[in-house]
Design a protein around this ligand. Structure first.
Ligand SMILES: [Zn+2]
Length: 237
């Protein structure tokens, strides 16, 4: 895609946003900040190409596109644009059952409706840049889970420069104040939304029951006993 095309597609997105989405509280990202493209705008442009005949875009393609024009990338960007900002982007992972998409695939469904269930109230509780900076500062600009420091070599992947992302403490709740810890991109893999963390980045709960299946038979049996006791004793109450 040429820069000209990027500008053109962005302009189209902007027109639709003005007409259909703005009134719902959907947020249109700026195309550029400090002279370079913003990640959110690039994701939208990439997904809106050919609108209304949009294509399915894989995470790998999206990553490549962002790298080419944006520098650093954030694999959660497309899902974030949908759930937090209201763009009607289907993803194969979030459980858009009818989407027909595979894991790691995204598709812009329409620019004429916001994402189903999008609640603009939620958006207003999104962290501001300042709040996010304060949180990082409180953690000494380190990942709450592995301690890698922003901008420095990752402690466990020395070839990776640590980039801090907003990590959910509880992945079932929105990414807002009180539910955010800084996590490096390694600790914040969206595929690993298995745990609930406390403020110190320690795992305190299971967020995805499927992780039980990865546990040893011994542990599974113990869990079974606990649950059996719990639910059988409350039955008939
Ligand atoms: Zn980490």
């Amino acid at each position: 895609m040429t820069k000209n095309e990027i500008e053109k597609i962005y302009k189209l997105v902007k027109e639709y946003h003005e007409k259909y989405l703005k009134s719902h509280g959907v947020h249109l990202p700026n195309l550029k900040r400090d002279g370079s493209y913003t990640k959110d705008a690039l994701v939208l442009v990439c997904l809106a190409k050919g609108y209304p005949e949009t294509a399915i875009v894989t995470k790998a393609e999206l990553t490549k596109f962002l790298k080419r024009y944006g520098g650093s990338i954030d694999v959660q960007q497309a899902r974030h644009l949908a759930a937090q900002k209201g763009w009607y982007i289907l993803s194969g992972k979030r459980g858009d059952a009818d989407s027909g998409l595979k894991t790691g695939e995204y598709k812009l469904k329409t620019l004429e409706e916001p994402y189903p269930g999008f609640n603009a109230e939620k958006r207003t509780t999104d962290l501001t840049e300042d709040e996010w900076k304060n949180i990082k500062n409180r953690y000494g600009y380190r990942c709450a889970c592995c301690g890698s420091k922003e901008g420095e070599k990752h402690l466990l992947w020395p070839n990776t420069i640590t980039e801090l992302q907003k990590g959910h403490m509880d992945p079932s709740k929105p990414l807002q104040k009180g539910n955010v810890i800084p996590q490096c991109s390694k600790c914040n893999q969206p595929d690993l939304n298995n745990w609930v963390y406390d403020k110190k980045g320690r795992v305190i709960k299971i967020a995805n029951p499927n992780v039980v299946k990865n546990s040893s038979v011994q542990v599974q049996r113990e869990i079974y006993e606990i649950l059996k006791k719990k639910f059988e004793s409350t039955e008939g109450e």
